[in-house]
Design a binder for this molecule. Structure first.
Ligand SMILES: [Zn+2]
Length: 208
């Protein structure tokens, strides 16, 4: 374990998060000598912020899936669809590739992000030294899929265009859509708040 490469923090060096300048740690709060940005060894309150965003995302994941995300109105009636009923509708109407995309983007990905980030935060909280490389990889995957989180918004847009072109229908987003958008934003904030360097801190602490 002693062969573990030393981090900048272990050598009392700050790395500016804005311009990557290295500077030696001194007394009190410090600013970057080059760009003036605030310097911290790790993202401040990383764990508590990650937990707060995650808990909010978990709470809103329920209305996002239970409340209707889409309200369709046409001449003879109206219909409310949740994410799942929308997926089933797509499946029955024969467009299974679209159903699969909506299912993955709207149901699996947010859940997977919440579970992965929760696991990462819990492992750091418990100062786990278990498979840091794989945990770091898991974080990179969450960050990567974060960029595609808004995919289903496009799917809804395409869907709305399809339905409106087919029939004299009018589509409006339901309250579930707002909860869903909040879940997407909250999981993004949770991923941004998490400091992956914390995964390695338990490792170097165990070595000393
Ligand atoms: Zn700087």
């Amino acid at each position: 374990m002693s062969s573990l490469p030393a981090s900048a923090a272990a050598r009392d060096l700050y790395v500016c998060s804005a311009c990557s300048t290295l500077s030696r740690a001194g007394e009190g709060p410090q600013r970057c000598p080059r760009c003036g940005g605030a310097l911290n060894f790790r993202k401040p309150h990383s764990l508590s912020r990650t937990w707060a965003f995650l808990v909010a995302a978990i709470i809103l994941y329920v209305p996002a899936n239970v409340l209707p995300v889409m309200h369709t109105e046409w001449l003879t009636g109206s219909q409310d669809d949740t994410i799942l009923s929308g997926v089933l509708y797509l499946l029955w109407s024969g467009s299974w590739p679209l159903a699969l995309v909506v299912f993955i983007a709207s149901i699996s990905v947010p859940l997977l992000k919440i579970v992965t980030l929760g696991g990462l935060a819990a492992s750091v909280q418990l100062r786990s030294t278990w498979q840091p490389r794989n945990r770091a990889r898991a974080y990179r995957v969450v960050e990567f899929i974060g960029r595609w989180s808004m995919l289903d918004i496009y799917v809804v847009a395409i869907l709305a265009a399809l339905v409106q072109a087919k029939a004299l229908a009018h589509i409006e987003p339901g309250p579930g859509a707002l909860a869903f958008a909040a879940v997407v934003v909250l999981t993004m904030l949770a991923a941004m708040s998490f400091d992956p360097r914390l995964i390695w801190d338990a490792q170097s602490d165990a070595a000393h």
